[in-house]
Design a protein. Structure first.
Ligand SMILES: NC(=O)c1ccc[n+]([C@@H]2O[C@H](COP(=O)([O-])OP(=O)(O)OC[C@H]3O[C@@H](n4cnc5c(N)ncnc54)[C@H](OP(=O)(O)O)[C@@H]3O)[C@@H](O)[C@H]2O)c1
Length: 324
């Protein structure tokens, strides 16, 4: 089968299209014929091996799994003997364990990480949902009308979903990203925008009931000041040392200040996926696609991801067939 192969960490030009043996599903796995894969910040991290946590699970010196790609939509091509919930021909989508393996014609995965693709969505649209939607649903689950929500890294894959779901919950949303994304951030619903290259939101005091930080690089001692008592800071991604300090010191800072400061860990499951899919069906968030590439153009798609040029998701179509 054709697959995108990554033998080492680096820039998009380390990716090459090659041939790999077709995988065979274990008894508890399904074999998915991949139709579309959307890219997330985690794919860029797994390409470069930075931040350091990308290597903790993925291989310290080189990627253990040679095929990148996490968020897939496709058609069941085979099932293991213990799989009862899905059958050959079912159209499914979801996030792969370890965020690897999607950029191939076929991938084996656990059925409990996949859900049925809504009929109204193309494979490309469905592939945009799993990781970004899961982050956003968890991050905004407690948002109440009138809450002041700041999204740091709002113009990226997860941020776009967080802004949309926070708005849907009735929040007043401040979106932080580069100045050239201001129009895009307004378009997706932000009430206020901050250009992080000229202004530091962490200088504000008691200003946000919830901060969702997708690109964390400030210590818990610094970020909590932007929250009032009862406010919450949720780190989703960012520097590895900030991940550690937020996980360890965040709860202590929170206890001492009457706030909640910590790392948001988003579980992968069919229930999570179905909950996000229901929000998409309600119109709370709409999949946004910046560009669709054929599989052979994976280096170009990753280059656009790395350059921060996309406004919405980048999608790779894996099979030659129409993606609907
Ligand atoms: N906690 C969990 O369970 C979980 C699960 C999955 C993924 N994650 C993590 O979630 C994180 C975010 O993912 P994503 O897909 O949303 O990433 P993304 O698509 O790369 O988006 C990040 C956005 O932040 C912008 N940005 C860069 N530096 C910034 C700064 N200093 N201040 C504000 N904005 C800045 C980027 O702009 P440019 O592109 O222009 O630089 C981009 O628009 C990743 O680190 C991923 O590993 C966490």
């Amino acid at each position: 089968m054709q697959a995108v192969i990554q033998d080492r960490y680096g820039t998009p030009d380390v990716l090459r299209l090659g041939e790999l043996p077709e995988p065979v599903p274990a008894d508890d796995e399904i074999l998915l014929r991949v139709r579309a894969v959307s890219l997330n910040g985690s794919d860029r991290e797994n390409l470069t091996g930075r931040p350091a946590y990308a290597r903790w699970s993925n291989g310290l010196r080189r990627p253990r799994h040679p095929v990148p790609g996490s968020d897939v939509a496709g058609v069941v091509a085979g099932v293991g003997s213990a799989v009862t919930e899905y059958a050959v021909g079912d159209e499914l989508f979801g996030e792969l364990a370890g965020y690897r393996g999607g950029l191939a014609e076929l991938v084996c995965t656990r059925p409990d990480l996949l859900a049925r693709k809504p009929g109204g969505l193309s494979f490309a649209e469905a592939s945009t949902i799993p990781q970004a939607g899961g982050i956003a649903r968890r991050a905004t689950a407690d948002v109440r009308p009138g809450d002041r929500v700041l999204v740091n890294g709002a113009g990226g894959a997860g941020g776009v979903f967080v802004v949309a779901l926070a708005k849907h919950a009735g929040a007043e949303v401040t979106a932080v990203d580069r100045a050239d994304k201001t129009d895009f951030l307004r378009e997706i619903g932000a009430d206020r925008t901050i250009d992080f290259t000229t202004q530091d939101w962490a200088d504000e005091r008691d200003s946000f009931d919830l901060i969702v930080d997708l690109v964390a690089h400030r210590s818990p001692l610094r970020v909590h000041r932007a929250l009032p008592r009862g406010g919450r800071y949720a780190m989703v991604g960012g520097l590895a040392r900030i991940l550690l300090s937020t996980a360890i010191a965040g709860p202590l800072v929170g206890r001492a200040t009457g706030k909640r400061v910590g790392v948001l860990v988003v579980p992968q499951s069919r229930a999570e996926l179905e909950a996000v899919t229901a929000l998409v069906a309600q119109g709370a968030v709409t999949p946004r696609i910046d560009h669709v590439y054929p599989l052979r153009d994976a280096p170009a798609a990753f280059a656009r991801l790395a350059a921060g040029e996309s406004r919405g998701k980048l999608v790779l179509e894996v099979s030659e067939a129409d993606s609907r």
